[in-house]
Design a protein around this ligand. Structure first.
Ligand code: MEV
Length: 287
């Protein structure tokens, strides 16, 4: 029997722009998915298409038990975390000797198979943890920083593929408008790299990034309500994280205002999690 866990993720800057080769910054967060795999002659019915595909890809049979601290369809990378943890638990239980790098790549291919398209960022961040700089196809871990966030989940599920397609269509129809917006998001991400220790400025840059995401049409009235309420309650800044159109928002806060910001988001109907960086990535748990 092997139990492994993998963290969720947020985008600090650059979601959507990364799809067009612009830089982005993502960070692993504390809530995790725990997966236990045990060798079995007869495979149990898999609980999800992701898990089923992990077993198909590795060609082994086993039973699976999943415990998740990450809500699904929330834009926090729960499917990537399930996939990374399942592949790692299979890898351990069946002594397959895949490296972490290989697990991240396999997890991306599992997500692509199940969803049609998938973000390579989610599976990479869940595998390696920390803060990850994405530029083109390349990903690089940045030195960890003590970034504290409040995550607000709208509990409105969204379709990442449709939102990505919407931005691509906008870019095709109005390149002279959308390209400068993507360039501005790039500018924000590049400045953001130097502001991890400066929450006020980090928040201000998140606010700019949020306006640019709204301009791309990936907002949602519920996300806007929660973002404005968080800022009004004293957050340094707040933005969508991930694809938008529902899903989750994040807020950077001053410790003095933490409870006020949480209450403000919840009074708009959001579900909150107070969290911070997870610098470990996928890890083996005690049995
Ligand atoms: C989704 O979490 C982030 C997007 O940028 C899509 C992607 O990076 O593949 C919207």
């Amino acid at each position: 029997m092997a139990t492994w866990s993998a963290p969720g993720k947020v985008f600090l800057f650059g979601e959507h722009a990364v799809v067009f080769g612009k830089p982005g910054i993502a960070m692993a967060i504390k809530p995790r998915v725990f997966v236990t795999v045990r060798k079995a002659r007869q495979a149990n019915v898999a609980k999800s298409a992701y898990i089923e595909e992990c077993f198909r890809l590795t060609g082994v049979k086993g039973s699976v038990y999943v415990r998740s601290q990450l809500p699904s369809s929330s834009g926090l990378g729960s499917s990537a975390a399930v996939t990374v943890a399942t592949l790692s638990a299979i890898n351990d239980e069946f002594r397959l000797s895949y490296s972490r790098e290989q697990i991240a790549k396999m997890a991306h291919s599992v997500e692509k198979k199940v969803q049609g398209r998938a973000s390579a960022t989610d599976t990479y961040v869940s595998s390696f943890g920390g803060i990850v700089f994405i530029a083109g196809g390349a990903k690089r871990r940045l030195p960890p920083a003590d970034i504290q966030l409040i995550v607000g989940n709208t509990m409105i599920s969204h379709n990442t593929g449709k939102l990505v397609a919407h931005v691509a269509k906008m870019k095709e129809s109005y390149p002279e408008i959308v390209e400068p917006i993507l360039n501005a998001i790039e500018g924000v991400a590049m400045k953001g790299i130097h502001k991890f220790q400066a929450p006020k400025e980090l928040g201000m840059l998140m606010d700019i990034n949020q306006s640019l995401l709204d301009a791309l049409g990936v907002g949602h009235p519920q996300l806007s309500r929660m973002i404005l309420a968080a800022r009004d309650a004293g957050a340094y800044g707040a933005k969508i994280t991930g694809a938008g159109g529902g899903g989750s928002m994040i807020a950077v806060y001053n410790k003095r205002h933490k409870n006020k910001v949480v209450k403000a988001i919840e009074s708009c109907g959001g579900k909150t999690v107070i969290t911070s960086i997870d610098s470990e990535g996928v890890r083996k748990e005690k049995e």
